[in-house]
Design a protein around this ligand. Structure first.
Ligand code: SAH
Length: 244
């Protein structure tokens, strides 16, 4: 008999933000596949095999999951946050698209709380009006495309959430992104840096674009840029419900 693949989101960090549905899937799994730090959040138990992998080999991981399911295993592929946001769900479907009979596979995607929503809740309501999410990593797309999207999103008046803002292998790009945003939005625009949200290392910082420097972000930070109306009230940041 054929097994199943569940692609599950673990949420931003705090176990209380893991859904019941994902907890049930993990309790019933025979195999869990994921990037090493995410596997650390899955409790080991007899009968459960944990398959740790490198973050860059998404398609390999997806194929491994489909192969195990074909061999009858109940596989859960884990991502942090939501699995459909810059994560494993799309990779599994890319792998599935290359298989002969896609509907023969039992596949489900279970949502999780994505980083930008956990961060927005901590900050107040910076995504209270129209917004977009942009992955600043150029691992899977050219940097020129990132710049085009930043410019057009700024001109369209969106608030923005930036995932993967900075890494050791890309030390200069986030600075370029900040320069471009200052050019498009001006120096007064509010920008928030939310690091390791809902974990013990959580750190929140809101400054103006003029004050923002690349060091304020790392790979555990999601960055939220307000729109032209975003403002502070007390210690909170919010974007009004109306615009224009
Ligand atoms: N699927 C994940 C995103 C994976 S991309 C989700 O839905 O959240 C990895 C990026 O997510 C990180 O570089 C960072 O920008 C962001 N991120 C993930 N967890 C975070 C957390 N707890 N706090 C802040 N940012 C986080």
């Amino acid at each position: 008999m054929s097994g199943s693949v569940i692609i599950a989101g673990l949420g931003p960090g705090d176990d209380r933000l893991l859904t019941h549905e994902v907890q049930e899937a993990l309790a019933e799994a025979t195999d869990v596949i994921g990037y090493i730090p995410y596997l650390g959040r899955v409790a080991p138990r007899p009968g459960l095999t944990l398959h740790a992998s490198d973050n860059r080999v998404e398609l390999e991981r997806a194929n491994h999951a489909l192969d195990l399911a074909e061999a009858g295993r109940r596989v859960v592929v884990v991502s942090s946050g939501d699995p459909g946001v810059f994560a494993m769900a799309a990779a599994v479907f890319e792998a599935l698209a290359r298989r002969r009979d896609p509907d023969a596979h039992d596949i489900r995607v279970l949502p999780g709380i994505t980083a930008m929503l956990a961060a927005a809740a901590r900050l107040g309501a910076p995504l209270g009006h129209d917004f977009c999410a942009i992955n600043l990593s150029d691992n899977l797309k050219p940097w020129a495309l990132v710049e085009t999207r930043l410019r057009l999103a700024a001109r369209a008046g969106f608030a923005m959430a930036f995932y993967n803002p900075r890494s050791r292998s890309r030390p200069h790009q986030f600075g370029r992104a900040l320069d471009l945003l200052r050019e498009e939005c001006g120096g007064d625009r509010l920008i928030s840096f939310a690091r390791a949200v809902t974990t013990a290392e959580e750190r929140l910082l809101t400054v103006t674009l003029a004050e923002a420097v690349p060091d304020m972000a790392d790979m555990r930070t999601v960055v939220i840029l307000g729109n032209a109306d975003t403002r502070r009230v007390g210690r909170f940041v919010y974007t009004p419900r109306s615009a224009g």
